[in-house]
Design a protein around this ligand. Structure first.
Ligand SMILES: Cc1cc2nc3c(=O)[nH]c(=O)nc-3n(C[C@H](O)[C@H](O)[C@H](O)COP(=O)(O)OP(=O)(O)OC[C@H]3O[C@@H](n4cnc5c(N)ncnc54)[C@H](O)[C@@H]3O)c2cc1C
Length: 406
C-alpha cells in the first residue's frame, strides 16, 4: 500500500512498512515483508542484531520452559518450534551461508538432590498433563546419554524436541536475507517518534531530523519499545527491561563435553555443537543497567560446574548482560493496535529467539490485511489499552538466576 499524502519534503522517503528495531523480531518481520513484495525499511539505531538478541543463549525450549497458566505462550512456542527447521534452512539459504547453528540437540532437565528431584517430578506431571513429549530417566541412564554429568545426579527428564540455535548467526543471516529480498536495513539510524495524520499512522520521525512516510509501522524495539515517542495512550504497551547476565566459553579440545542443553531449575548450559557453550542466566529487575558482576559470574559457574564439572576446564570468552523485554503479564504484544497502521511485536521476554518465526507469521498476516489468526488473541496489544503505562508492572523477582517464570 503506497503512502498517502500530498507534497513531500525532499528528504522524506516513502515505504509501505517501517519496522523500528533490528533485533531477531524486527529482522524476521522485515525479511518476511520484503519477501511479500512490500517496500520495507528496518531502522536500527545500533548494529543489527546488537541488542538483546546478541546475548541470548538460543534455546528453543517451549516444553522445558512451560509454566502453568501461560498455556497460550506454550502453544505459540510449540508452533514456532515447528516452524524452525524450515525457517532456519530458508534464512541460511537466502543469506547464502551453510548454516546458522540450528542443532536438534534435545534438552535434559536435571536434579541434584531430593528437593530438586521432587520439584522435577512435579515438572514431569505438568508436562504429561499437557500431553508434551518428555521421558523420565534414572541417573545412570542420563549419565549414559551425557557422560559429562556429575555423579551426584538424582533424576533427569529428557525433552527430545527442545533444540537450540546460535542467535548471533541467526540475526546476521536474517539481515543478509532481508537485503537480498529487496528490503532496506538502516543501521545507526534511530527512530524518535511515530507521526500520525488523521488519527492513523503516517510514518516515523528520525533522530537525524529526517522522516519516513509509511502507512504501517511495526514497533519491534525490544526492551526500548516504550521509549518511541508519539504513540497515543490507547495504543501503548508497557515494556520493561529484565536484565540477564550470561557467559560464553569454549573447549579447545572440541565438542565432546555435552550434546544436549542441560537445565537445572533456573540455570542452563547450552552447547553450540562445535565446542562452544553458553551458561545462563540471571534475572534481575535493575532498569536499563547492563553492568556485569563478579557475583553473577560466580553463581553461574558454581551451578553449572556442580552439574557438569568439566565446565571449569573451559576457556572463558565473554560475560555479558542483555535486557529481556518484559510486559506486565509476561506475554508478548503482537499485532495491530488501536491506532490504524500501528503494529506491535515486542515484549518477548525470555523467548524472543524461539518466537521469532511465529511472530513474523502473525505480523505479516496483519500487515497483509488477512486479519489476526485465532491463536493471536491472547497477544493482542489492545489488552494493555486501559493500563497506566507509567508503572513498572510485572511480577518478576528482584534478582536471582533466571527462573522458569522469569
Ligand atoms: C541472558 C539472556 C538469555 C536469553 N536466552 C534466550 C533463549 O535461550 N531463547 C530465547 O528464545 N530467548 C532468549 N532470550 C530472550 C531474547 O534474547 C529476547 O526475547 C529477544 O532477543 C528479543 O528480541 P527483539 O528483537 O525484540 O529485541 P532486541 O534484540 O533487543 O532488538 C531490538 C532492537 O531495537 C533497537 N532499537 C531500540 N530503540 C530503537 C529506536 N528508537 N530506533 C531504532 N532502533 C531501536 C535496539 O538497538 C535493538 O537492536 C534471552 C535473553 C537474555 C537477556
Amino acid at each position: 500500500m503506497p503512502a498517502q499524502g500530498g507534497q513531500l519534503p525532499e528528504h522524506t522517503q516513502v515505504a509501505d512498512v517501517v519496522v523500528i528495531g533490528g533485533g531477531v523480531i524486527g529482522l524476521s518481520i522485515g525479511w518476511r515483508a520484503a519477501q511479500r513484495g512490500m517496500r520495507v525499511v528496518v531502522l536500527e539505531r545500533g548494529r543489527a542484531g546488537g541488542g538483546t538478541s546478541h546475548h541470548a543463549a538460543g534455546m528453543l525450549a517451549p516444553v522445558a520452559e512451560v509454566v502453568p497458566a501461560e498455556e497460550p505462550l506454550l502453544d505459540l512456542g510449540l508452533r514456532s518450534a515447528r516452524l524452525y527447521p524450515s525457517f532456519a534452512a530458508e534464512v541460511a539459504g537466502a543469506a547464502g551461508v551453510d548454516g546458522i547453528g540450528y542443532t536438534r540437540c534435545g534438552t535434559l532437565l536435571v536434579a541434584r538432590d531430593a528437593d530438586e528431584a521432587e520439584a522435577l517430578e512435579r515438572e514431569l506431571a505438568l508436562r504429561l498433563r499437557l500431553g508434551l513429549e518428555v521421558q523420565r530417566l534414572l541417573p545412570s541412564e542420563a549419565r549414559r546419554r551425557e557422560p559429562g554429568l556429575a555423579p551426584a545426579l538424582r533424576l533427569a527428564l529428557e525433552v527430545p524436541d527442545d533444540h537450540a540455535i546460535d542467535p548471533r548467526a541467526l540475526t546476521a543471516a536474517l539481515a543478509a536475507a532481508l537485503r537480498s529480498a529487496g528490503g532496506e536495513l538502516r543501521e545507526h539510524c534511530e527512530a524518535s517518534e511515530l507521526t500520525l495524520a488523521g488519527g492513523a499512522v503516517d510514518g516515523v520521525a528520525l533522530a537525524d531530523g529526517s522522516s519516513l512516510r509509511a502507512g504501517r509501522v511495526v514497533i519491534a524495539a525490544g526492551a526500548w519499545s516504550e521509549q518511541i515517542g508519539g504513540v497515543p495512550e490507547r495504543a501503548r504497551v508497557p515494556v520493561r527491561p529484565v536484565k540477564g547476565q550470561i557467559m560464553r566459553l569454549h573447549d579447545p579440545a572440541g565438542s565432546g563435553l555435552l550434546r544436549r542443553v542441560i537445565r537445572m531449575g533456573p540455570s542452563y548450559i547450552t552447547p553450540r555443537g562445535d565446542g562452544r557453550y553458553v551458561i545462563g542466566a540471571t534475572s534481575e529487575e535493575r532498569g536499563f543497567d547492563r553492568t556485569v558482576t563478579a557475583g553473577a559470574a560466580f553463581e553461574l559457574l558454581r551451578d553449572a560446574s556442580e552439574l557438569v564439572p568439566g565446565v571449569l576446564e573451559l576457556v572463558l570468552d565473554e560475560l555479558s548482560a542483555g535486557l529481556r523485554p518484559g510486559t506486565p503479564d509476561n506475554l508478548p504484544a503482537i499485532g495491530p493496535s488501536a491506532v490504524p497502521g500501528l503494529h506491535w511485536a515486542a515484549g518477548h521476554r525470555r523467548g524472543g529467539i524461539l518466537l521469532a518465526p511465529a511472530t513474523a507469521e502473525m505480523v505479516l498476516a496483519a500487515l497483509a490485511g488477512d486479519g489476526p489468526p485465532a491463536h493471536a488473541k491472547p497477544f493482542a496489544p489492545e489488552r494493555f489499552a486501559r493500563l497506566d503505562s507509567a508503572g513498572p508492572g510485572g511480577s518478576g523477582s528482584a534478582s536471582g538466576i533466571e527462573g522458569a517464570r522469569a
